[in-house]
Design a protein around this ligand. Structure first.
Ligand code: KIV
Length: 265
């Protein structure tokens, strides 16, 4: 099977084929994820919570991200791999370029993900003008948890929804080639997905985005701080990790996940 690239993922959006994305942080899980037919792997800074046991993603360092990205890349042969830019690693365009350079050169990532809208536009322009592919991240942004005051749905209400839509369009114009939308009402996610040419990947954003992403540990029922309501425990249904991963891919592709019980209005 050929390797997924941003062109493959764009073609999936055009063809209306749902994109299956999951986080991974090591070689063993990555091999199983590849065998399940996943389209994209995100080396998320969620590793700070699910692997390292921190209360938030804030303590994760660039060195952590490089280490875990390299673990994934060592066995990944077919999936496209995106690596998160951790908290305080992209405060200026120059610092962001340095971080992205490490994630791509030392880690081997194919794309980097940055949380934030309007304040990140200069950075996104700076990176994309220098051959760094960027995925944006809007809605609930875990690196802003202390500003947000908790992990809760974003974009409820006309004003907030419009701001997120405006940020999404601006990120695309700045050169972002993919967007993650986290914990927003499904109607807003559908509107943003329609408005953008780039693939939109949802988590807690309803069924109408171009694809879905889940944190690996969450969908295997390994939840240190309780299972978020938008997650389904695929391991509980299936009994083996490889079956759980395949069931997730199939459920995303067939539009069966997320269901109404995983969706915010
Ligand atoms: O860090 C992460 O795993 C993420 C996903 C929740 C999208 O950003």
């Amino acid at each position: 099977m050929s390797k997924n690239t941003i062109s493959t993922i764009n073609q999936m959006k055009t063809a209306g084929e749902k994109i299956a994305v999951i986080t991974s942080y090591d070689a063993g899980f990555t091999e199983q994820i590849e065998q399940a037919g996943m389209d994209v792997i995100l080396v998320g800074d969620s590793l700070g919570m699910v692997v390292q046991g921190h209360e938030s993603t804030l303590p994760v360092t660039v060195a952590d991200m490089v280490y875990h990205t390299a673990n994934v890349m060592r066995v990944s042969s077919r999936t496209m791999v995106i690596a998160d830019m951790p908290f305080m690693s992209h405060g200026t365009p120059e610092q962001a370029l340095d971080t992205a350079g490490r994630l791509m050169k030392e880690g081997g990532a194919h794309m980097v993900k940055i949380e934030g809208g309007a304040p990140q536009l200069d950075t996104v322009r700076h990176l994309t003008a220098r051959a760094v592919p960027v995925c944006g991240h809007l809605g609930l942004m875990p690196q802003s948890i202390h500003q947000l005051g908790g992990y809760r749905v974003q974009g409820r209400g006309e004003h907030e929804g419009e701001r997120i839509l405006k940020d999404a369009v601006a990120l695309q114009q700045a050169g972002a080639q993919m967007l993650v939308l986290e914990c927003v009402p499904s109607v807003l996610a559908a509107e943003i997905t329609q408005a953008l040419d780039i693939p939109v990947i949802g988590i807690g954003a309803g069924p109408d985005t171009d694809g879905q992403v889940l944190v690996l540990y969450d969908m295997l029922g390994i939840t240190l701080r309780g299972k978020p309501s938008f997650v389904h425990d695929f391991l509980a249904d299936k009994g083996s990790i490889s079956e759980a991963l395949s069931a997730y891919v199939r459920s995303v592709k067939e539009g069966r996940f997320p269901g109404p019980e995983h969706t915010f209005s």
